[in-house]
Design a protein around this ligand. Structure first.
Ligand code: BTN
Length: 313
């Protein structure tokens, strides 16, 4: 109902009377008044006068009703430990496909390889619960699909030269703009759920040791609206999930990557691989050409770009 009230108010620059809204939505004027009061408490600027209600502005908060017309069921938390934890609980207790958990900030945001993910107010932090009808071995391709969709959305919305870095980071130049974490559980040969968590630096300025970072605000000189980015991404990603073009996702991803043909150091829990990133195979593994001319396939890890001198040492 809040989404419908906002839609009516936003479509009308003049004040709209309680009576008109009540007729339009088929609920009582008292109930409308209660919803408006709640919206005001949530940060919406709605002017109430004897003429009626007038929309004057809204907060950049991804409340669920902002996504009423979109493909996903969105849950918003002002603060969470980690959206990955909430999404896992929801997935295990049977939430529908394309449930999205989004947080204003995270107390213990998680990055890959058990690293913390800086999650101050201003960034976009969310985890999608997906239940695609595919075997677990194909799940990496869906994560590649998510980073591919995100890089295209960011280029399209902001005109930035964003690129994907294996496996699913998004960089602009050498600065990290976004990171992605995937978790899954499977019932025999079918995914039970695949949770994809995304952190995007929007109006925050994370400082991470040993890592250059960038934010959309820093890149554009503006204050991008997080809920618009999320809505746009979810809409494009839902199309990807409907079409599920898993046979061509990796080849398309390669058109947007800065990883290939460059010296890399790939760190996993138990080893480090140094060489030239030669290819990303169809299963999502990174093919690295080693110094002795042989190749090694790396399934998972953090990839660091090396400059030539570092590499030669
Ligand atoms: C990485 O690049 O190391 C992955 C970062 C993933 C961060 C996101 S923010 C939303 C979700 N919740 C978390 O705790 N982590 C992921």
């Amino acid at each position: 109902m809040k989404g419908s009230i906002l839609k009516l108010l936003k479509a009308q620059p003049e004040a709209l009377s309680g009576e008109v809204i009540s007729k339009e939505l088929g609920i009582s004027r008292v109930s409308i008044w209660k919803h408006i009061r709640k919206l005001q408490e949530c940060g919406y600027q709605i002017d109430a006068s004897p003429k009626g209600y007038r929309f004057c502005g809204d907060p950049d908060i991804p409340y669920p009703w902002e996504f009423d017309e979109g493909p996903a069921t969105v849950h918003y938390f002002k603060v969470a430990d980690s959206t990955m934890e909430i999404a896992r609980e929801k997935a295990r207790s049977g939430c529908p496909d394309f449930t999205v958990v989004v947080a204003g900030r995270q107390r213990s945001g998680r990055g890959r390889l058990d690293r913390p993910w800086s999650s101050e107010e201003g960034g976009l932090y969310f985890t999608m619960v997906l239940r695609p009808p595919v075997p677990p071995a194909l799940s990496p391709r869906i994560s590649f699909g998510a980073s591919l969709v995100l890089v295209k959305v960011l280029r399209g919305m902001f005109g930035i030269q964003a690129e994907v870095k294996w496996p699913n980071d998004i960089l602009v130049g050498d600065g990290k703009l976004s990171g992605m974490l995937s978790e899954m559980e499977a019932d025999s040969d079918r995914l039970s759920y695949l949770n994809i968590g995304i952190g995007l630096n929007v109006n925050n300025a994370p400082s991470v040791e040993g890592q250059q970072t960038v934010s959309l605000a820093g890149l554009t000189g503006k204050r991008p609206i997080k809920k618009k980015i999320l809505a746009h991404f979810l809409s494009k990603f839902s199309i990807f999930m409907e079409e599920l073009p898993l046979d061509r996702v990796i080849s398309e991803w390669k058109r947007y990557t800065s990883t290939l043909n460059r010296p890399v150091r790939v760190v996993t829990y138990n080893d480090t691989t140094v060489g030239i990133a030669e290819d990303v195979a169809d299963d999502g593994t990174l093919v690295v050409r080693l110094d002795d001319g042989s190749t090694r396939k790396v399934v998972y890890g953090d990839c660091f770009y090396q400059n030539k001198q570092e590499f030669d040492v």
